[in-house]
Design a protein. Structure first.
Length: 367
């Protein structure tokens, strides 16, 4: 029995390594062709000067504003590389297993209980994000910047509602785990809680994606942390799915670090943000998003605090939001902000994993 368990573990490690490696090289192969298309058809980002950068101009941050103005025309929608790679890898290995069995059956990770919904919502959110990106390129929509935030929120809610329905009615999820306190049965309240989680992760991802390499690097640490959690829970298909995401993200980050060859765009941030929320719910660890996604909390929190302050007090707290722009306005170079935020989130992810591992080994205080 022990030997079989060891063989099982080794096979799963091999699966993870193979899928992550294949995803990395597939993304590397896709990137040049996709980049060529983006540049050929001038799918460039329009730098806004009405909201986030307005405060930079008025609060003594012309250097930061000039840095971002220099990025005018840099292609967006680079996030297609990540989700397209994951779709290709997932469907590709499933087809190989379907037609050839044997070794490919071992590698296949497309399963109803673990990867159907994450893959489905990723594709759904990716297409919606791509539509938003394209509207922004054509200067269609709210102030020529794509969909209004209210419309985006409705789309986040829609994606969350689909996921909530699947989890509650199809998979039977109706409780949430609070670290050290145990599982709490919440019945139909699970549905709004699920939707809130998806909206929060999608919104936070969108707000964080504002500097070269920032969002991609943070996503890497978060998905890595959830891969460890899923591995400990025995959700091996989910771990392999996460390894595909991480492999594609490493390849994407190769081209997205400063100075970025292209930007992630809403198609990337929305799809990855939504799937992150789904995975947190699938592993029943939504409250661990707080430490694991600490920078997400800080970024979106700064936006909410700024809006509330301007509404209630008539003045700003930060020079600009999201908060990474505030530090740029203070004189920090873009790469300083990015790498320091990476470090903070990595520490948060480690803390989240420590909480999870301790919590999983001791009995809860309440049942």
């Amino acid at each position: 029995m022990g030997l079989n368990s060891e063989i099982f573990s080794v096979l799963n490690v091999v699966r993870i390594f193979i899928v992550a490696t294949v995803a990395f090289f597939v993304a590397l192969l896709i990137t040049p062709a996709w980049t060529k298309i983006l540049y050929k058809y001038k799918m460039g980002k329009q730098i806004r000067t009405d909201t986030a950068f307005k405060s930079l101009h008025t609060e003594g941050g012309p250097i930061a504003a000039k840095l971002h103005q220099a990025k005018e025309g840099t292609p967006t929608m680079g996030g297609v590389v990540t989700w397209a790679t994951v779709v290709i890898i997932t469907i590709g290995f499933w087809l190989l297993a379907y037609f050839f069995n044997g070794f490919w059956t071992t590698i296949n990770f497309f399963s109803r209980t673990q990867t159907w919904l994450p893959l489905g919502v990723m594709m759904f959110a990716a297409l919606l994000g791509a539509l938003d990106d394209y509207m922004g390129i054509l200067r269609i929509g709210s102030k020529g910047g794509g969909l209004r935030m209210s419309y985006r929120m409705l789309l986040y809610i829609l994606a969350g509602a689909v996921g909530a329905w699947w989890f509650y009615f199809k998979l039977g999820f109706n409780s949430v785990n609070i670290p050290f306190l145990g599982d709490f049965l919440i019945g139909w309240w699970y549905i709004p809680f699920f939707i809130f989680t998806i909206v929060a992760t999608a919104f936070s991802a969108n707000e964080t994606d504002g500097l070269d390499g920032l969002a991609a690097g943070i996503f890497l640490t978060m998905f890595g942390a959830y891969a460890v959690i899923a591995f400990d829970q025995g959700r091996m298909d989910l771990v392999v799915f996460l390894s595909a995401i991480m492999g594609s993200l490493v390849a994407f980050l190769w081209f997205n670090i400063y100075p970025a060859r292209f930007f992630m765009g809403d198609t990337g941030s929305m799809s990855l943000g939504v799937v992150l929320g789904v995975i947190a719910m699938l592993t029943n660890t939504p409250f661990l998003l707080i430490p694991i996604g600490s920078i997400f909390i800080i970024e979106s929190g700064s936006v909410i605090i700024q809006l509330a302050s301007k509404k209630l007090r008539g003045k700003k707290i930060f020079l600009s939001t999201p908060i990474h722009h505030h530090f740029e306005a203070l004189g920090w170079h873009e790469t300083q902000v990015t790498m320091r935020f990476w470090m903070i989130n990595a520490i948060g992810a480690i803390i989240g994993l420590i909480i999870f591992l301790i919590d999983s080994k001791i009995p809860p205080l309440f049942r």
